[in-house]
Design a protein around this ligand. Structure first.
Ligand code: KIV
Length: 302
């Protein structure tokens, strides 16, 4: 371990609160694996979310519903190993917080076994008691309101939430309930920009927006959208790289080089002493096969 990595201090929710009170906008990204987490950490991203979006973007599930605690623990462990400084937040998957008791047990597992420092769960008023219980156990919780993907079967389809008077009022109530339950931050997903800004102004805790405009205290993006890994990305995402193009080009060039016999080249090849091989193959008149190699045909016996 280098001297530099030994001195890295893990960020805590206290640091995140300070960023917020200092008026700094907080960047958060999802991460699902060790090397990406390590890079995002190196880039200075303070919050890494192991989202249940892992099901869609990494595991090929249709949506977030099939994501299990085992899936989450597997990816949370990898991210926690990769990121030394960022605060790692583990999403609580569908049904893992259906009762307060299961919520407490599963939140504890995501920290104790997974190595996360906080959990995130969906729902406002309906989840307030669960959030309160988990926070009381010493586990920091991030809330998540607006579009809540685990409720997709109840909502019908992915769409902006809170556009009408009643739904906007309900979202404001949800945000306050999550804050009063003790959450350290709250994700606002697919919420009209003006409503997200109004919620942000009324909360003490930071709001982290995704498709919720620039008036939030911070922003979160799904890392595969940020890196341009898919042909399609949601309207609210901005690809900062074209990894899809880079990966396609790299894989095609590699396949062409293998086909042409130009990979591996000299610099990618390991050689041995030709004399040793001559002896092994029994091409030298002085060579006697080792007793253990008796069954192996040597060139001179063929
Ligand atoms: O699972 C996820 O990636 C999320 C973010 C979109 C906030 O919940």
């Amino acid at each position: 371990m280098s001297a530099q990595s030994e001195t890295v201090r893990r960020l805590t929710v206290v640091d995140i609160a300070k960023l917020h009170t200092d008026g700094e906008r907080i960047p958060m990204l999802t991460a699902y694996d060790m090397p990406t987490a390590r890079l995002l950490d190196e880039a200075g991203i303070p919050l890494l979310l192991v989202g249940d979006s892992v099901g869609r973007v990494m595991l090929g599930y249709e949506n977030e519903i099939p994501v299990s605690m085992a899936d989450m623990l597997h990816h949370v462990k990898a991210v926690a190993r990769g990121a030394k400084r960022a605060l790692v937040i583990a999403d609580m998957p569908f049904m893992s917080y259906a009762t307060v008791d299961t919520a407490l047990e599963n939140a504890g597992r995501l920290l104790a076994e997974g190595g996360a420092q906080a959990v995130k769960l969906e729902g406002g008023v309906r989840s307030a008691r669960t959030i309160e219980t988990i926070v009381r156990a010493g586990i920091p919780v991030m809330g998540h309101i607006g579009l809540t993907p685990q409720a997709i079967n109840a909502i019908g389809r992915v769409r902006v939430q809170g556009k009408t008077r009643d739904t906007a009022r309900a979202l404001l109530g949800d945000a306050l309930a999550v804050q009063e339950a003790g959450a350290f931050a709250i994700v606002l997903e697919l919420v009209p920009a003006q409503l997200a800004a109004a919620i942000t102004e009324r909360l003490r805790i930071p709001t982290i927006g995704i498709g919720a405009g620039a008036g939030c205290s911070g922003q979160v993006q799904v890392v595969t959208d940020l890196l341009g890994m898919e042909a399609w990305h949601p309207r609210h995402a901005r690809p900062y790289a074209d990894l899809r193009g880079t990966i396609l080009a790299a894989a095609s060039r590699y396949a062409a080089d293998v086909a042409a016999g130009t990979f591996p080249g000299e610099s990618e090849t390991v050689r041995m002493d030709d004399g040793v091989l001559t002896e092994v193959l029994g091409r030298s008149s002085l060579d006697r096969p080792e007793p253990a190699l008796k069954g192996i045909p040597l060139d001179r016996d063929l």
